[in-house]
Design a protein around this ligand. Structure first.
Ligand code: ZN
Length: 292
């Protein structure tokens, strides 16, 4: 009896001390005007090396996952290998930015093999085999495609927020229909642009959306069609990633785009030179590591 009473007394005392300490902590913190408490946990954004094509895999601090694009048709097995490597047993969100094969080619097999919660694609028709094969996989899974468009937003994680910034309207050109998302974690943000071209960039600026981001996925593999100076200045990134394959026939990335990025003081990373690029954020600091 006596022991348990003493134990109780000790526990209450400890609880009291804990309360005092935690109250002291919150009072003592300087008010920065932002509520960021990420406990050093990391959001990881992998710019997967899929040769000439694009694919980004995001894993949040609590293990939520998002896959944007999946490279070309010949990268189906490569994509499944990446899913294995990064231990992805479920995808909370999948985005097919637009129907071009170098973005959605490998996506049908991923949808076949990995459970998917939600899938977004822009409202654009295509009669290619690649597109139809993806639609078949989606249908087989009993999934319904949600329309990707500006204005949609969701929390991927308690602390990771996603805003879809494009397409802001309909375009005849499929690249401009690209879903563009901004992912924010604490003070860090990523702008993932698909193959959006200058028309979409102009409309994103006109929409008044906050485009600023620490990391920019350079639009359309570094083609002259994208990354206008106006857009680049609005985004004002520290780092840029270019998803390109070695010796691609398009001449991507274009030298004009590379020098535009360099003139703005942006540090450039490329899949063709460095393999897969892993960007980790703890909500305050960004750390980049490359495969080679
Ligand atoms: Zn592309």
């Amino acid at each position: 009896m006596k022991t348990s009473r003493i134990t109780y007394a000790i526990i209450s005392m400890l609880a009291g001390i804990f309360l005092l300490v935690s109250a002291g902590c919150s009072v003592g913190l300087p008010d920065t005007g932002a509520s960021v408490s990420t406990d050093g946990q990391k959001l990881k954004v992998y710019f997967l090396d899929v040769g000439q094509g694009a694919s980004q895999l995001l894993v949040t601090p609590s293990g939520k996952t998002m896959l944007i694009d999946a490279g070309n048709n010949d990268k189906e097995q490569v994509m499944l290998d990446y899913m294995k490597k990064y231990r992805i047993s479920k995808l909370d969100v999948v985005i097919g930015t637009h129907p071009d094969a170098d973005h959605i080619g490998g996506l049908d097999k991923v949808v076949d093999q990995i459970p998917v919660e939600t899938i977004y694609m822009p409202k654009v028709q295509s009669n290619t085999k690649t597109f139809e094969s993806l639609l078949t996989s989606i249908k087989k899974k009993g999934l319904k495609v949600k329309t990707a468009k500006a204005g949609i937003s969701w929390d991927l994680d308690e602390q990771v927020h996603v805003d879809m910034l494009a397409p802001t309207r309909s375009y005849d050109d499929s690249n401009n229909m690209s879903a563009v998302v901004k992912v924010t974690y604490g003070h860090n943000s990523f702008l993932l642009t698909g193959d959006a071209e200058k028309e979409s960039e102009k409309d994103m600026i006109a929409s008044g959306a906050d485009l600023r981001a620490d990391v920019l996925l350079v639009g359309h593999h570094g083609s002259n069609s994208s990354t206008t100076l106006n857009f680049l200045k609005k985004v004002n990134p520290k780092y840029a990633v270019i998803q390109v394959g070695e010796g691609n026939t398009y001449g991507h990335p274009k030298s004009a785009i590379l020098s535009r990025l360099q003139k703005q003081g942006v540090e450039i990373y490329r899949n063709d030179k460095q393999g897969t690029i892993e960007v980790a954020s703890d909500g305050t600091t960004i750390h980049i590591s490359t495969e080679r």
